[in-house]
Design a protein around this ligand. Structure first.
Ligand code: GLA
Ligand code: ZN
Length: 685
C-alpha cells in the first residue's frame, strides 16, 4: 500500500471548467466505465477562482469535488498557480518574467510568473491556503498538486535582487565570493553586492557556434542553483500553506521532461515532496531505454520509494511538429513500463479533449466525438479493468539493484557550462550510454544521487564526475576499499563544488583512488575516432574498440593498464585502467568508447561480481523486477511491433494480467506485457 489507495491509481487531468454541466454528468458515466478513480482538477483555474484582488469564488469547484466524491473518484487538487490571471499581471506587472535577453514579457501563455515576485508569492500562497481551508474535510480530497511543471528561467529585477541575497547567504562576504567566482579573471572583482547582475545573454552569456557559453561558469552554475531554489521556495510556500491547515496533507508537484528537466535539481526537490510525481511524454521514436532510465531516476530520487506517473498521453501529443497516434497497445505498454519501475499511479493528460485553444488535438481518454466507442477509450477502459484486477498486488513492491549509476544536477550544469575541452560532451547522453549497457542485458540499475548510501551496491558507476563535491571522494574511497567496484571516466575529478580546478594533477581528488595522473586531454572531432586496444586480460572483450569525444593522456600511479590507445601521437598510452584499492577496485575509462565496449566491459564486471540479468530476453523486450513479501514480479515488455518469444523456464509462472500459467517458451504479442509472479526463470549470467 502506498497510503494513497488500495490499488494503482488511475485517472488524470480533468478540466470541467472548460465544459457545461451536462457534459460533467456524462464524464462521470465515462470515468466509471473506464475504471477511473482519480482526477486532477483546478490546475489552470486561478482566473476563475479569483476574479479580483479580494474576491474568491470556489462554488464551481465545490460542485466538482462533490460530484467526484459521489462518483467514487478521488481528487488530486491543483492549487492552480501555474497560470496567473490577466488582471493580476495587469495590476502587478512585477509578476511578469524577463527573458535572458532582457525582454520583459507581457501577459500570456502559462508558467508565466516570476518566482521571486513578491506579488506572485503573496497571492499563490494565499490561494493555496484558501483552498486548504475550504477542502480540508472534503471526502474526495486525496492529494495536492502544487502549481504545474514548475521551473523556467527569469532574469527580472526581482530575481536579480534575490540572487544577491542568495549569494550573501552562500558566501557571506564579497572576498569569499570573488575567490569562488575567480573574478580576478577579466577584471571582474566586485566591491559592492549591488554590482552583481544575473548571468544572462545581456551579461556573461554569449553564443558560439550554436552553443550558449558563459564567461564565468561558477556564476552560471550558481544562477542554476539559485533558480532551482527560487522555484522550490515557491513550492514550499504553497505546501506549507496547505500543511498549516492540514498537517497530514500529501503534497506533490509534477516533474517535467520525463524527469530529466535540466533547470531543477530534482534530488533536492524530492526531499520536499511527499511523493514524487512525473510527467512522461515519449514520442513514438523515443528509445525506450531513455524512458526506463528516467523512471529509475524517479524511483531513485527518494531512495527507492514509489512514484506517481502523473501525466502521459492516452494517444498523440500536440506540441511536436508531427504528432503520430500511439499505436494500439502502446499506451498500455508504457503504462506498465512505469509500473515495472516503481509507479503506483497511471494518469493521463487529459481525460476529456478540449474543444479549443492549444491542446485541442492532444490525446485524451474522451475524444471530441464524446462517447465511449473509440479505440483510445476502449484501450483506456481495458487498462482500467486490469488495474482494478491487480488490486494492491504490486503496491509497496520494491526494486533491488546491485548496480548504481550516480546522477547529479550540479555536475550536469557544470559540464555543460564548461568552455573546453569540447562542447560535444552531453551529460544526459553519457549517463544514458552507461545505463544502456545494463538495460540491453536486463541487468537492473538504480539511479542514485550523491547522498545515497553506496555500501549496498556491488558496482557503482559515476560517468563524467567532473565536479567532485566535498566529502564525495572520501565516500568513494571508503566504498571501494570496503570491497566495492567503482567505475568512472574521462573528464572526472576536475573541479570542486564551485567549479575551481583541483590543482596538482587531474583527476584531482580521485587521483589516489584511481591510481593515475591525467596529464592532458585531447578533444576529438565527431567522426575522427581513436581506438582502445585491449591487453587481452578481460574475458569477453574484443581486441579493439573505437572511442572518441575526449581522450585523456594519462600515467599510471599504481593502476594496471587494461587497454591502450591505438592511434594518434599518444598510441600506446593507457586508455583503460584498474586500480586495486583496499578490498575493491577502481576503474578508469580514459575516453568515450563505442557502445559495444561498454556492453562487453560491464558484462565482464557483472559476471565477475555474479550479478545476473533479471531475465534473458530477445532484442526490444525490456525486463525488470519488483519484489514484495518474498514474491517476485518479473515484467516483460515487448517494445516491438511484432511478437517476441520469451523463455519463462520449466517451472510454471502465473502471468498476472491474463491469469494464465506459463512455462517453457511463450509468445509475447506485439507491444505485449507479461507480469510473471515467482522467481524469474531463464535468468543466468
Ligand atoms: C504538460 C502539462 C499539461 C499538458 C501536457 C500536454 O505535461 O503539465 O498541462 O500541457 O503537458 O502534453
Ligand atoms: Zn524574476
Amino acid at each position: 500500500m502506498n497510503g494513497l489507495s488500495n490499488k494503482i491509481l488511475y485517472g488524470g487531468d480533468y478540466n470541467p471548467e472548460q465544459w457545461p454541466r451536462d457534459v460533467w454528468k456524462e464524464d462521470m458515466r465515462l470515468f466509471n466505465l473506464a475504471g477511473i478513480d482519480i482526477a486532477t482538477v483546478n490546475v489552470f483555474s486561478w482566473a476563475r477562482n479569483q476574479p479580483d484582488e479580494k474576491t474568491y469564488r470556489f462554488e464551481w469547484l465545490d460542485d466538482v469535488m462533490d460530484m467526484l466524491h459521489t462518483n467514487g473518484v478521488r481528487a488530486c487538487l491543483g492549487t492552480g498557480t501555474a497560470a496567473h490571471p490577466a488582471w493580476m499581471a495587469h495590476t502587478f506587472p512585477d509578476m511578469l518574467t524577463v527573458d535572458s535577453q532582457g525582454r520583459k514579457k507581457k501577459y500570456g501563455r502559462r508558467h508565466n510568473s516570476c518566482p521571486n515576485s513578491p506579488t506572485f508569492r503573496l497571492y499563490s500562497e494565499r490561494l493555496a491556503k484558501k483552498l486548504a481551508e475550504r477542502y480540508k474535510d472534503h471526502p474526495a480530497l486525496l492529494l495536492w498538486h502544487v502549481n504545474n511543471e514548475m521551473g523556467w528561467r527569469c532574469y527580472c529585477e526581482n530575481c536579480e535582487r534575490a540572487f544577491r541575497v542568495w549569494l550573501k547567504e552562500r558566501y557571506g562576504t564579497l572576498v569569499v565570493l570573488n575567490a569562488a567566482w575567480y573574478t580576478s579573471f577579466w577584471g571582474h572583482t566586485f566591491y559592492d553586492w549591488e554590482e552583481i547582475v544575473l548571468p544572462s545573454q545581456q551579461s556573461e552569456h554569449f553564443n558560439v557556434s550554436g552553443h550558449e557559453s558563459t564567461a564565468f561558469p561558477a556564476m552560471s552554475i550558481d544562477y542554476d542553483r539559485f533558480n532551482s531554489d527560487s522555484f522550490l521556495a515557491c513550492y514550499k510556500l504553497e505546501r506549507d500553506a496547505i500543511k498549516s491547515v492540514i498537517p497530514e496533507a500529501l503534497v506533490t508537484t509534477n516533474f517535467q521532461s520525463n524527469g530529466t528537466y535540466k533547470p531543477l535539481d530534482y534530488f533536492k526537490w524530492a526531499k520536499e515532496l511527499d511523493i514524487v510525481a512525473l510527467d512522461s511524454y515519449p514520442a513514438n521514436d523515443t528509445p525506450m531505454s531513455q524512458i526506463a532510465m528516467r523512471h529509475d531516476l524517479m524511483r531513485g530520487l527518494k531512495n527507492g520509494e514509489p512514484f506517481l506517473l502523473m501525466e502521459q498521453s492516452p494517444s498523440q501529443l500536440n506540441w511536436k511538429d508531427v504528432n503520430p497516434l500511439k499505436r494500439p497497445g502502446v499506451m498500455r505498454l508504457w503504462s506498465y513500463q512505469a509500473v515495472a519501475r516503481g509507479a503506483e499511479a497511471v494518469m493521463f493528460f487529459q481525460l476529456r479533449r478540449s474543444a479549443g485553444a492549444f491542446e485541442k488535438f492532444h490525446g485524451a481518454v474522451i475524444d471530441h466525438v464524446g462517447h465511449e466507442n473509440t479505440r483510445v477509450f476502449s484501450e483506456c477502459a481495458e487498462l482500467g479493468r486490469e488495474l482494478q484486477q491487480l488490486g494492491d498486488t504490486l503496491l509497496g513492491a520494491t526494486t533491488k539493484s546491485r548496480v548504481a549509476i550516480v546522477f547529479d544536477w550540479d555536475n550536469w550544469w557544470a559540464i555543460e557550462h564548461s568552455s573546453g575541452p569540447t562542447k560535444q560532451l552531453k551529460y544526459l547522453q553519457q549517463i544514458q550510454r552507461y545505463y544502456d549497457a545494463f538495460y540491453n542485458r536486463s541487468v537492473q540499475v538504480d539511479m542514485i544521487g550523491l547522498e545515497t548510501e553506496l555500501s549496498g551496491y556491488d558496482l557503482v558507476i559515476a560517468p563524467v564526475l567532473y565536479m567532485v563535491k566535498p566529502g564525495y571522494a572520501a565516500k568513494l574511497e571508503a566504498y571501494t576499499s570496503g570491497g566495492g567496484t567503482f567505475v568512472t571516466t574521462f573528464f572526472s575529478g576536475i573541479v570542486n563544488e564551485i567549479d575551481l580546478v583541483t590543482l596538482g594533477g587531474y583527476p584531482g581528488e580521485l587521483r589516489k583512488l584511481l591510481g593515475i595522473w591525467v596529464e592532458e586531454t585531447d578533444a576529438l572531432f565527431p567522426g575522427q575516432p581513436n581506438s582502445m586496444v585491449m591487453k587481452g586480460n578481460l574475458d569477453g572483450l574484443e581486441r579493439s574498440y573505437s572511442c572518441g569525444t575526449l581522450c585523456d593522456l594519462l600515467h599510471t600511479e599504481g593502476a594496471e593498464t587494461e587497454a591502450v590507445y591505438g592511434g594518434c601521437f599518444y598510441a600506446g598510452m593507457p586508455a583503460v585502467t584498474r586500480n586495486r584499492f583496499g578490498k575493491g577496485e577502481a576503474w578508469y575509462l580514459a575516453s568515450d568508447p563505442e557502445a559495444a565496449f561498454l556492453e562487453a566491459f560491464f558484462k565482464h564486471l557483472t559476471d565477475k561480481l555474479n550479478i545476473v540479468p533479471v531475465a534473458k530476453t530477445p532484442p526490444g523486450v525490456e525486463a525488470s523486477v519488483r519484489e514484495k513479501d518474498g514474491r517476485q514480479f518479473t515484467f516483460l515488455l515487448n517494445h516491438n511491433d511484432r511478437p517476441a518469444t520469451v523463455q519463462i523456464g520449466e517451472e510454471p509462472s502465473m502471468e498476472l494480467l491474463s491469469g494464465m500459467r506459463l512455462s517453457g517458451e511463450s509468445e509475447l504479442p506485439p507491444y505485449g506485457v507479461f507480469i510473471l509472479e515467482g522467481p524469474s526463470k531463464g535468468a543466468g549470467p
